[in-house]
Design a protein around this ligand. Structure first.
Ligand SMILES: NC(=O)c1ccc[n+]([C@@H]2O[C@H](COP(=O)([O-])OP(=O)(O)OC[C@H]3O[C@@H](n4cnc5c(N)ncnc54)[C@H](O)[C@@H]3O)[C@@H](O)[C@H]2O)c1
Length: 276
């Protein structure tokens, strides 16, 4: 793997835990220099320690990706550490996991700041640097919940639909400008990282709760291959078609697949900063 990212420089948000941590470690073990961003400073530093302990190059940055001022400040220090930028991975994300009526105004705003607005802020801060590299990519870790809306996920689903829309529009804009920067949109079904602790899949053979290692591996492979879209598992790609079918059919099929009952036993993370 060493040669895969030799000489590359990357920023990974949400690198203190879950998929972001695994992606940061995999890019670093492939030879990339990695700026590990997280709102949780100690966990970002722990990721960096795990990378540098085995000879990799990484530095930690404590930053709230939903705050443009913090993103701009951290982008400047990150560029000093990295020198250039080839890979931006927008992975930071949160979920509230409550019914619409239980959601507070603060929770709704926070979910949108982290899952949607952060994409504007990091891409604004880093696009000019990505443009300077011959091969570069901006990755959005969205969700299958950005292709289909399900019960108890109004804020999360809406924020991930925004992430999908942002990434598709940016891809087309960059292509129209004949800009070489690629985009990669990632839409996974539920992953066993703890963020969605308690969720259940009605048909695990078709829609399994994904293994974090597998998801991170597929994302890193997609970055390497310059892929533009990754839906996991592949069966989840049907979500977009189902969501756009006539509503009575869409609702029926979604209920058959248990999409609206997955969240019934949701517990999620209970730690500070790791969710709401
Ligand atoms: N876990 C799943 O089932 C699942 C499914 C589909 C998509 N996703 C998406 O994958 C991404 C990673 O999820 P995960 O399961 O690894 O979750 P995770 O909770 O393990 O990791 C998320 C990380 O983001 C960080 N973070 C939260 N708010 C932040 C902020 N404002 N600024 C910077 N960092 C912040 C957290 O501290 C944490 O380290 C998220 O965008 C999530 O929405 C997750």
């Amino acid at each position: 793997m060493k040669a895969d990212f030799e000489g590359a420089c990357a920023v990974v948000t949400g690198a203190g835990s879950g998929i972001g941590k695994l992606i940061a470690k995999k890019l670093a073990s492939g030879g990339a220099r990695v700026a590990a961003w997280d709102i949780n400073g100690p966990s970002a530093r722990e990721t960096v320690k795990e990378i540098t302990d085995v000879g990799g190059e990484s530095a930690a940055f404590q930053v709230d990706c939903g705050d443009f001022g913090q993103v701009l400040k951290a982008s400047k220090s990150s560029m000093k550490f990295l020198g250039r930028l080839n890979i931006l991975v927008n992975d930071a994300g949160i979920v509230a996991g409550k019914s619409f009526e239980e959601l507070t105004e603060t929770e709704v705003e926070k979910v949108f700041r982290v899952n949607s607005l952060s994409l504007f802020w990091t891409n604004k801060a880093f696009l000019e640097h990505l443009k300077k590299s011959k091969r570069s990519i901006s990755v959005t870790v969205a969700s299958a919940a950005g292709l289909i809306g399900s019960a108890r996920l109004t804020a999360y689903s809406a924020s991930k639909f925004a992430a999908v829309g942002f990434t598709c529009a940016l891809r087309n804009e960059l292509k129209k400008e004949k800009c070489a920067v690629k985009t990669l949109l990632v839409c996974p079904f539920y992953i066993g990282t703890g963020m969605f602790e308690g969720v259940k899949s009605k048909f695990p053979a078709l829609l399994p709760i994904l293994k974090p290692e597998t998801v991170a591996d597929k994302i890193v492979e997609a970055i390497k291959a310059g892929k533009e879209r990754l839906v996991l598992p592949p069966f989840a790609a049907l979500a977009g078609f189902i969501a756009n079918a006539p509503v009575p059919i869409a609702d029926r099929v979604e209920n058959i697949f248990g999409i609206n009952s997955c969240m019934d036993e949701f517990v999620g993370r209970k730690k500070e900063n790791d969710g709401i």
